[in-house]
Write a protein that binds this ligand. Structure first.
Ligand code: SF4
Ligand code: SF4
Length: 195
């Protein structure tokens, strides 16, 4: 069935309106969210953070901290049961990011997209190598296999750790793999919380 993009976007707008109407800016979602502390905005009150996100959704001037929170949300979902108004705060932050992205000049958005794609490409390359047995990697790509398994593994581990530290979105499976590979690479287990 063809996707009706206009109808889909309009349904998102309707949901955003409902959120703006229902949110009391109580801050309970921010209270249970691990991201503000990790993103260096833990000193800002939970009410101010959530209020700032509602300002973003209303296309009003907003705080830098609210923008940081919205951009750093890693999708963990700890907030989902926290809202007494039945709002899904993770969706609320996703819509705040959408709103922020829509306001950026097209050139900036394209440059950022290219950069993100390059980073993802490099991460996927490292992770795929990491998951191959050394013998298989040697058969498929001898150049990459020359004493590369451990450096690539360590690089991938550091990349995932950086993602966890920065609150970038990674899957639980990737995080678990990360811990397993730390063992294989002879490194101590990560000190970063995985959620
Ligand atoms: S989904 Fe986003 S807002 Fe919700 S707890 Fe996780 S990081 Fe915080
Ligand atoms: S989304 Fe819910 S929990 Fe978060 S501030 Fe609004 S009303 Fe409170």
């Amino acid at each position: 069935m063809p996707i009706d993009t206009a109808a889909f976007l309009s349904s998102l707008d309707d949901r955003v309106e409902d959120i703006v109407d229902a949110c009391t800016r109580c801050g309970k979602c921010a209270l249970v969210c691990p991201t503000p502390a990790l993103a260096g905005i833990g000193a800002v009150s939970n009410e101010a953070l959530t209020g700032g996100v509602i300002d973003i959704l209303k296309d009003m001037p907003h705080s830098l901290e609210a923008e940081t929170w919205a951009r750093a949300c890693c999708g963990s979902g700890f907030c989902i049961d926290a809202c007494p108004e039945g709002i899904n705060p993770r969706f609320m932050l996703t819509m705040a990011r959408r709103s922020l992205n829509e306001r950026r000049p097209a050139d900036d958005a394209r440059a950022e997209g290219r950069q993100a794609f390059k980073a993802m490409q490099s991460g996927v390359r490292m992770l795929s190598r990491l998951q191959l047995a050394p013998e298989l990697l040697a058969r498929i790509n001898p150049a990459a296999a020359v004493d590369l398994v451990r450096p690539v593994g360590v690089a991938a581990i550091l990349l995932i750790e950086l993602a966890i530290q920065q609150g970038w979105s990674i899957g639980v499976g990737t995080a678990r793999l990360h811990l397993d590979r730390r063992d294989l690479a002879g490194l101590p287990q990560s000190i970063f919380p995985i959620h």
